[in-house]
Design a binder for this molecule. Structure first.
Ligand code: FES
Length: 582
């Protein structure tokens, strides 16, 4: 039994002996546990092995995880080849389109499920299988709090489809075709035809949406095996990564390579660098803030903005560029990107392999000719994807994905057209009598962490129908919500504090002037300080509450976007530093 242990562990703390159920008699607890598991046909020899938990997030409701059964089989093979005992168990699974009111509302619940099942069940290391947007951050948050050796396995991206000769993939093209349908450019028959092609296989969205972003971020954090981010879901490469992940988990258990040794300030800095360079989803910032908060770190948003000024977007993927995830994989995946970013990375950061990121980049070997990852002197966009804005409208900050915005609108002053909440927006946005022009700024309140609740991806406010029909493709939009990483436009998001807790956004009125200057990193409501103070005094917000259940817990505990929209009681008890370190 002791063969797989390192000097830091005692036999009582490992394998099946971990976390015994409380019956007041430890010997009996182990006796009973073994008796039950032997009911499933296990031998003592098997039960003497290091136990590797596998978080199974397969679900009929989650086609992005449709390959999980094959992945589990391959992880198990890897675990057993390395001398461990694999034990898969179910956790919550969340799919973007099957979670009401929004997947973000459930992310923290999934992180609690993941953390508590890791704590409750005996395992020496955990393999977490995640893919769809909120699942990877939820798992990393939960594992960071649980503290044991942990490794992330990504389900992988879907394949692209073809519609009338045009390559299509979820979900940038979903939005583009829906926009065409709204504008009357395609009819209902064509909309139905393209609907069959947008998602050509199981797997996660094929563009640089939140799922692909978090896959790349997880690899940059050092939490996947090298090359773990990019293989599509249905490829042999993905299955091989799964086998390798299982084997690696056994070695991590042996070496007691706990997650705190990997999720260091250097790792977060690398993740932020990669997020900027891939044209990553704005959601990546929220999730990174939440994961960092679990290990006692805060994301320094101003430092992120400074990093953005020196980190160009190199990855030519939709929505910032042209290609899809399967092209990125063929171009060498993260190794190609990391090689190019090497001068900007913290190479000493530890990874799940027990080697540093710098060592892994060396081991990946030389690059080759390809067209998906640009060189640093020939970027797809000269700065990082995301800019951080400040001003009297967002004293706690706001962000804009500048790489997916219209350059002509990034310095813009306009008249506010205000929607008080989502319902108001849905009721009025398409009305012919809506007083709106292309130079106005659409403002949507009350879609923040508490307001909606759950900070839904409704910040991608549709172009009002009468403007869409007139050919308007973009308009400045501002909200306290989020938007999908697959979306594009001049869209200011995550306005903090949100309207529902009395942030200045709550005080914006129809006809007010607003100034957006991405160059100056400014988002301002052009009224006097006195006027803003008077409005705040006369318009006190009553924060939303609930009587029972998860919603009550959520509304009582959820933090703002700058703290990752995590629950306050799940963050580390003490914040010990900022990342990146100054
Ligand atoms: Fe699952 Fe896009 S819907 S990754």
């Amino acid at each position: 039994m002791t063969s797989h242990l390192d000097s830091n562990q005692s036999p009582e703390e490992s394998g099946l002996r971990k976390g015994l159920t409380s019956y007041g008699d430890q010997g009996f607890s182990l006796f009973l546990r073994k008796a039950f598991i032997k009911g499933a046909g296990f031998t003592d020899a098997a039960l003497d092995r290091p136990v590797i938990g596998i978080a199974n997030t397969g679900s009929s409701y989650n086609p992005c995880h449709g390959n999980v059964p094959q992945l589990i089989e391959a992880v198990k093979r890897g675990v057993m080849l390395a001398g461990g005992l694999p034990m898969d168990f179910p956790t919550i699974s969340i799919h973007e389109s099957f979670a009401a009111p929004t997947s973000m509302y459930l992310r923290n619940l999934m992180s609690m499920d993941t953390e508590e099942m890791i704590r409750a069940q005996p395992m020496d290391a955990i393999v977490m299988i995640g893919g769809c947007d909120k699942t990877v951050p939820a798992q990393l948050m939960g594992a960071a709090s649980a503290g044991i050796p942990a490794i992330q396995l990504i389900t992988g991206s879907m394949l692209t489809g073809s519609h009338r000769g045009e390559r299509v993939g979820a979900c940038t093209d979903c939005r583009r075709y829906w926009g065409k349908f709204r504008a009357g450019e395609i009819d209902a028959d064509e909309a139905a035809a393209v609907n069959n092609q947008l998602v050509a296989s199981v797997g996660t969205c094929s563009v640089m949406g939140t799922a692909s972003t978090m896959a790349c971020v997880a690899e940059a954090l050092g939490m996947t095996v090298p090359g773990g981010a990019s293989p599509p879901a249905v490829t042999a490469d993905r299955i091989r990564i799964a086998e390798e992940t299982g084997a690696r988990a056994v070695q991590m258990a042996h070496d007691h390579l706990t997650i705190d040794k990997i999720l260091t300030p250097a790792a977060f800095e690398n993740a932020m660098r990669v997020l900027l360079a891939i044209g990553g989803s704005t959601n990546g910032i929220v999730h990174l803030a939440a994961i960092a908060g679990r290990v006692g770190l805060e994301i320094d948003m101003q430092a992120l903005d400074r990093m953005g000024r020196e980190t160009p977007v190199l990855l030519d993927l939709k929505p910032s560029g042209q290609h899809y995830m399967e092209d990125f994989h063929k171009a060498g995946g993260m190794a190609t990107l990391l090689r190019e970013l090497k001068p900007l990375l913290r190479l000493e950061a530890m990874t799940v392999t027990g080697r540093t990121l710098g060592e892994e980049i060396e081991l990946a070997g030389p690059g080759f000719a390809q067209e998906v990852v640009r060189s640093i002197d020939k970027p797809i966009y000269p700065h990082g994807a995301i800019a951080v804005l400040l001003g009297n409208l967002a004293p706690g900050g706001a962000i804009i994905k500048q790489s997916a915005a219209d350059a002509k609108l990034m310095e813009h002053e306009g008249r506010a057209v205000v929607f008080e909440n989502m319902e108001d927006m849905v009721n009025r946005i398409d009305r012919d009598d809506l007083d709106v022009s292309a130079s106005d700024i659409l403002v949507l309140k009350n879609i923040g962490p508490k307001g909606a609740p759950g900070m839904p991806e409704a910040g991608y406010i549709p172009i009002p129908l009468k403007l869409a029909r007139a050919g308007v493709k973009d308009i400045v939009r501002i909200s306290d919500g989020r938007m999908s990483g697959t979306a594009f436009g001049t869209i200011v998001l995550h306005v903090t504090p949100e309207a529902a807790v009395g942030g200045p956004l709550a005080q914006v009125r129809n006809g007010d002037r607003i100034r957006l200057s991405v160059r100056k990193r400014e988002i301002s409501l052009l009224i006097s300080e006195e006027e803003l103070a008077a409005r705040t005094l006369n318009n006190v917000m009553i924060e939303p509450t609930a009587d029972r259940g998860y919603l009550k817990l959520f509304l009582q505990s959820v933090t703002q976007a700058d703290k990752g929209v995590d629950f306050d009681f799940l963050r580390a008890p003490k914040i010990t530093g900022k990342t990146p370190e100054s």
